[in-house]
Design a protein around this ligand. Structure first.
Ligand code: PGA
Length: 242
């Protein structure tokens, strides 16, 4: 089985002192190469200084110009930030991020040769109406329109109902959705292969089951990634997969 990617989506959960403590606990203990930290952008340089792989939780959709308060892909890149996440459901909900805007962000970040983590997933209502696949199809289709080189793209499947709720899909349900995403992308992008990670209430206790899913390439971890010891446990579980 290939090694799992582990992405820490630290959201807005830590202040400066929390970050200092967190980095101290992790010091010398993260050697697994598949870990990408996505702290609040304000703290990104502290993670870069430690030599970690770092990504931003969002990026602006234009590539040059004056946009007060925003961060452009070229600026992130110049600091050593190699990844960006786009389309997280919290941004779709609170910042009205559309699939068209997400498409622009992906294009510009890929042009900067950054790795892009595109989040997709169905809401509770869509799931109840058995519209999970339709919702994912819609998001992927527009977000990836006109983008053909998917080499640096990772899809994060994050069911909105699972984020921060303590609820998770069954192993069977998750494995099927991961297969569906891979098949759909291969269908619309001439056989292209992408990596798919799962996000939504991932904890160390749920990992042994999810780690059995061959086709799943890793995890996007929110809350649990901000707890240093819990995050180290998660890394260890992925590191020890046979
Ligand atoms: P959670 O968040 O692990 O806290 O559910 C996941 C995410 O929003 O990326």
């Amino acid at each position: 089985m290939s090694k799992k990617i582990i992405i820490a989506n630290m959201k807005t959960k830590s202040n400066y002192n929390d970050i200092k403590k967190y980095l101290k606990i992790l010091e010398g203990r993260v050697t697994y190469p598949g870990v990408i930290f996505m702290p609040t952008s304000l703290y990104a340089s502290y993670f870069i200084e430690k030599g970690y792989k770092v990504g931003l939780q969002d990026i602006f959709f234009e590539k040059e110009g004056s946009y007060t308060g925003e961060i452009l892909p070229c600026q992130a890149k110049s600091l050593g930030i190699k990844y960006v996440m786009v389309g997280h459901s919290e941004r779709r909900a609170y910042s009205n991020e559309s699939n068209q805007i997400i498409n622009k962000k992906i294009r510009n970040a890929l042009e900067e040769k950054m790795g892009v983590v595109l989040c997709v997933g169905e809401t509770k209502e869509e799931r109840a109406l058995m519209e999970t696949r339709e919702a994912i199809r819609r998001q992927l289709f527009t977000a990836l329109k006109g983008i053909d080189n998917l080499k640096n793209l990772i899809i994060a499947y994050e069911p909105v109902w699972a984020i921060g709720s303590g609820k998770i899909p069954s192993k069977r349900e998750l494995a099927k959705t991961v297969d569906f995403i891979k098949e759909f992308i291969a269908e619309i992008k001439e056989g292209a292969k992408v990596k798919v990670v799962y996000g939504g209430s991932v904890r160390s206790k749920s990992l042994p089951i999810f780690n059995q899913i061959e086709n799943l390439d890793g995890y996007l971890i929110g809350g649990a990634s901000c707890d240093a010891e819990e995050f180290l446990k998660i890394i260890e579980l992925c590191e020890n997969i046979k």
